[in-house]
Design a binder for this molecule. Structure first.
Ligand code: FNR
Length: 387
């Protein structure tokens, strides 16, 4: 396949749907309950209109910026996603390498297949970000934080919107597990994905390696799933966040804020940045889109900490719109997962290139050459109240 002819994330998505086993493709391309919030994340971007400018010098453009002071080729980071190593063998490693090559940050999920150490080793200890879920087992959290420090992790993203798991129908119906259980339905589906199976057979990393081998008594897969299922802590509170900030000591990002009051709590608990996010529409169905809540949260705390957003970013236009509405940076989840499922590392690189090109062109059409100068002036009538 000539990847240079793929210029739209939708194409990567179609190819991923063909190549990735059903349960893992569905795991990525799903939201909770009616999936209304999942759809709104994307469709709300279309409501925001750009202001076309002409006859201004559009030469020598730059999308370079910083996130938490770290230089980025464009203000886009890869979001933490669980089971990424099931979209493609060694998925986390391949995505981390693509991000490093492009000059954008990669975030490893607690629920990844490859471990913190696997990623550090595979990227020659290039700094990356780590996403933490608060588990009931605080000893495990302490060890995880120490491992992240040892692996050169440069920022910790603490996800606060998954104290309990949203209901995702497809995952329940598919009997999602990693690796898949050898049921007849799964085996028949795997038989139609030879490329995926072949890659998996070459790379023996098929459990949650951040957890497996790091918790006493968790020796096999069924014990691992049982342990994980009862570990997400429904009692998580802002005191725990402060404890994690102290224990970690480095840059802390709070992920999963949709409310200005909660944004204030995030600032008070010592966060350096927050992510306006509804977990890609996978938790509270019925919540508004992330982009619709960005302006009010940026107004509330944007002068004190960096405000980022994620959810529904599918093109460079979306990145530009988020930036215009107050986000210092954005994260992308599904776009890179589709690239990964379709073409491995080259597909993640292509997803980044697609988004970068559209960002660069759109910025120029709006009459700006430097992303650092982008503000609500690039939106029709300078409007910030689109919702
Ligand atoms: C996620 N997300 C997520 N977030 C997190 O903090 N830890 C995690 O382990 C996961 N796992 C995960 C798996 C999959 C398959 C998806 C699609 C998402 C949420 C993720 O970080 C991010 O908030 C959304 O993906 C952003 O929305 P888009 O870009 O996918 O629309």
């Amino acid at each position: 396949t000539d990847l240079s002819k793929i210029t739209h994330i939708d194409v990567l998505q179609r190819i991923a749907r063909r190549r990735v086993p059903r349960m893992f493709y569905d795991y990525a391309d799903s939201g909770s309950w009616t999936e209304g919030t999942y759809r709104a994340n994307e469709s709300d971007f279309q409501k925001i209109l750009l202001r076309q400018r002409v006859a201004v010098n559009m030469e020598n453009r730059s999308t370079r910026s910083t996130m938490l002071g770290q230089p980025v080729a464009m203000p886009v980071a890869l979001a933490p996603t669980g089971l990424t190593g099931m979209q493609h063998a060694d998925g986390e490693i391949l995505a981390a390498r693509a991000a490093k090559a492009f000059g954008v940050p990669f975030t490893l999920s607690t629920m990844s297949i490859c471990s913190i150490e696997d990623v550090a080793e595979a990227t020659d200890r290039h700094p990356f970000w780590f996403q933490l879920y608060v588990m009931r087992d605080r000893g495990f959290i302490e060890r995880l934080i120490d491992r992240a420090k040892a692996a050169n992790v440069s920022a910790l993203q603490l996800t606060v919107d998954l104290q309990i798991l949203g209901q995702r129908h497809k995952d329940i119906v598919n009997g999602l597990s990693a690796p898949p259980k050898p049921t007849l339905a799964n085996l028949m589906n795997l038989a139609t994905k030879p490329r995926w199976c072949w890659n998996m057979l070459q790379t023996p990393r098929r459990t949650f390696r951040n957890i497996a081998g790091h918790v006493e008594g968790v020796t096999d897969l069924s014990k691992l799933s049982a342990w994980t299922a009862q570990q997400f802590d429904p009692q998580l509170n802002w005191g725990d966040v402060e404890w994690i900030k102290r224990r970690w000591g480095g840059k802390l990002v709070i992920k999963g804020i949709m409310d200005a009051e909660d944004a204030r709590h995030a600032v008070d608990s010592g966060a350096d940045a927050l992510i306006v996010s509804n977990h890609g529409g996978r938790q509270l169905d019925g919540a508004p889109s992330s982009i619709s809540q960005l302006p009010r949260i940026a107004d509330a705390v944007g002068r004190e900490i960096e405000v980022w957003m994620d959810g529904g970013v599918r093109s460079g236009q979306d990145v530009l719109k988020a930036r215009a509405l107050g986000a210092r940076g954005v994260l992308i989840g599904r776009p890179f997962l589709y690239g990964l499922g379709a073409f491995g590392q080259a597909g993640v690189s292509r997803a980044l290139e697609i988004i970068h090109r559209e960002l660069d062109l759109t910025m120029a059409f709006c009459g700006r050459t430097d992303i650092e100068t982008v503000d609500s002036g690039i939106l029709l009538d300078g409007r910030r109240d689109w919702f």
